[in-house]
Ligand binder design. Structure first.
Ligand code: SAM
Ligand code: SF4
Length: 473
């Protein structure tokens, strides 16, 4: 089979990063191999994000930049197929082809198992509406995807849950990703074993509301529960030999149940880091956002989590300038941040998303006010992050060495608390966990030196496991 070149550009969240990898897997049987050079590509795939206006507008500018490439390919007598996938594709559908005729394929996040069929048709010269697929099919795409080709490296992502039924009044996710659904536990465990056999030491479980996970339980004795929550899934994953670290993101405060809190105390592989967005510190704003909890509910939850795991590092998301947010509401956000103390956090200006309830509220906050509030919040969060990083100076932390650093001779990795750590180390240590003495703190990272190397984890080769199972059968 001739090798064709696939160039993927991913926008937005980690779930999109995961989806892009799976779309590459699904296209491999058609002869597509990845390229980093769009000029060489036979297929360009933009995997898009619709969460904020800026994110979605970027897609149209990118398509504009790709148009000359398509024309050049045509002039040279070859076909360049352009596909727009992900949440902008879901939200805009056919409108994308209308606004950007260079786009051949439009594909929502729930149908990428159908991508090969669409690509074949586009390669055959088909154009137009027939190549727009924004269904929410009854079948799960995960039942149709080929096994992943590995290659995610030491720190891998694994989607376990998708969609959302919470309908926060500012958010497009329930409309673009669809209703909440969870993958069966056995499917997740199989994928995790394959990732570990391919070199993963850490797995981050992904979901828009990952802690709402309620996947079908593996077939067990009568009387066992028919579904597993996230805590049960994490306990089973922790049994996989060679899987040293487990994380999960993103969590909703209302889905943080007792079992999951206890898992932070009881499961050593579960890293002491939690991304737990609260969005705002004012009860009035939280109610208008439809978050269904108060700021004090969140404070109490954090207390319980820290009682279970005293060194838990917290992260969060914040929105400033939500419609109707007044100075006194914003002051309560600052107070909540001061009370909780974050190791890091993400903060955004409210962005109007068409079709969401908050978009229709008349009392929108002017942009300069949003900008001023964002700067104040980011100053506070930045100071907290720096203080957190400074507090680790002098400590020895286990760091998973994930990738080459920016400078020659450097590697980079993550501490248990998700801090980005850089250090001098030889490339042969990639994928290993090193005990690192932290020497210096920066606003967004720390620098350290290798103090000791942990023994290499035991790996069970999935192919060998498969053979053993087959011969036992
Ligand atoms: N499910 C998670 C939760 O409820 O906490 C959040 C997932 S959402 C994909 C990621 C973040 O994007 C949200 O936590 C929120 O802070 C931000 N976000 C979502 N809609 C937004 C909007 N319209 N304007 C600004 N930020 C937004
Ligand atoms: Fe969006 Fe998260 Fe709210 Fe769901 S829970 S609507 S994903 S912000």
């Amino acid at each position: 089979m001739t090798t064709k070149k696939l160039y993927i550009k991913t926008y937005g969240c980690q779930m999109n990063v995961y989806d892009s990898a799976r779309m590459a897997d699904v296209l491999a049987p058609l002869g597509y191999a990845a390229t980093e050079v769009p000029e060489q590509a036979d297929l360009i795939l933009l995997n898009t994000c619709h969460i904020r206006e800026k994110a979605s507008e970027k897609v149209f500018s990118e398509v504009g930049r790709l148009r000359p490439l398509k024309q050049a390919a045509e002039a040279a007598g070859r076909r360049l197929v352009i596909a727009v996938a992900g949440c902008v594709a879901q939200a805009e559908g056919e409108e994308i082809q209308r606004r950007a005729p260079a786009v051949d394929i439009v594909l929502g996040p729930q149908t990428y198992h159908r991508l090969p069929e669409l690509v074949r048709r586009a390669e055959g010269g088909e154009r137009g509406r027939g190549l727009v697929d924004t269904d929410f099919p009854v079948e799960s795409k995960f039942d149709f995807l080929p096994e992943e080709t590995g290659g995610q490296g030491p720190a891998a992502f694994l989607s376990v849950q998708e969609g959302c039924d919470k309908f926060c009044s500012f958010c497009v996710v329930p409309y673009t990703r669809g209703a909440e659904s969870s993958r069966p536990a056995a499917q997740v465990l199989d994928e995790a074993r394959r990732l570990v056999a391919a070199g993963a030491v850490e797995i981050t479980l992904l979901g828009q509301n990952v802690n709402a996970y309620h996947g079908e339980a593996p077939a067990t004795a009568a009387g066992a529960p028919s579904s597993w929550g996230l805590a049960r899934l994490i306990a089973a994953l922790a049994e996989i030999e060679g899987l040293e670290r487990i994380r999960y993101t993103t969590s909703h405060p209302r889905d943080m149940d007792d079992e999951l809190i206890a898992a932070h105390r009881d499961v050593p592989a579960l890293m002491p880091y939690l991304h737990l967005p609260v969005q705002a510190g004012s009860d009035r704003v939280l109610a208008a956002m439809n978050r269904k909890h108060s700021a004090d509910d969140y404070r109490r939850l954090v207390e319980r989590l820290r009682a279970a795991r005293p060194d838990l590092a917290l992260s969060g998301d914040f929105i400033v300038g939500f419609p109707g947010e007044r100075d006194q509401d914003f002051a309560q956000t600052l107070r909540l941040v001061s009370d909780v103390g974050y190791a890091q956090a993400y903060s955004f200006k409210y962005s109007t998303r068409p079709g969401t309830p908050a978009a229709a509220v008349e009392e929108q906050v002017p942009d300069p006010v949003k900008a001023e509030r964002l700067a104040m919040l980011q100053q506070l969060l930045g100071a907290q992050q720096l203080a957190f990083n400074q507090a680790s100076v002098g400590r020895r932390l286990p760091v998973l060495l994930e990738r080459a650093g920016k400078h020659a001779g450097q590697l980079a990795g993550r501490s248990p608390y998700m801090q980005s750590v850089t250090l001098e180390a030889p490339p042969r240590l990639l994928g290993r966990i090193a005990e690192v003495e932290i020497l210096e703190a920066h606003p967004n990272s720390v620098r350290g030196r290798v103090a000791a190397i942990e023994p290499e984890p035991v790996r069970v080769d999935s192919a060998a496991r498969g053979c053993a199972a087959a011969s036992a059968a």
